[in-house]
Design a protein around this ligand. Sequence first.
Ligand code: HEC
Length: 157
Amino acid sequence: MGSYIYRVNLKFMCRLICFLVTLAAVAANMAKISCIRNQILRMATYSVAMLCFERNSFATEMLGQKLFENSCSSCHENGGNIIPFYGDKNLQKSALLRNGYVNADRIVDLLQSGKGAMPAFGEFVSPKGKIYEAKLSNEDMKLIADYILTQSENGWK
Ligand code: HEC
């Protein structure tokens, strides 16, 4: 949750900067100091862009978390693995590295096809030819993979 508070603070700081810069722009405009005004307007554009970027990445992470809670946390709550004898195949950074899940692509591959007691989330064709529809889109798998990697960096706190 530490990173959550950090992000909220960052958003607040961005808003504050936006507000102050806008205020300065209005003041400069009133004083008709055009070169300063242009400089300030440029700064305002940057800070609005920064705010939008921060918002987007925040929303993306929230979506990854929701998807993870819906499809994965029944077995992987808090980055663990509740399936007996599979406890060391968890989502902590050390386990992911040990078992070769070193980036989002490797995790998406696993989600597509499943493995052992872990179900497949992509389209799945049984040996008898029966087709099981995908439970998650590739985009959603990517969001979940990114969420897992971020969480594993933070020790799932
Ligand atoms: C029914 C329980 C179950 C569900 C639901 C499940 N998993 Fe798993 N998961 C497992 C098991 C069991 C393994 C160990 C597979 C193996 O290596 O044999 C595993 C392994 C993994 C690993 C590799 C971990 C490691 O250290 O080797 C990742 C990553 C993973 N799961 C992600 C997910 C994600 C993301 C979802 C949701 C989209 C999910 N799992 C849903 C049971 C589950």
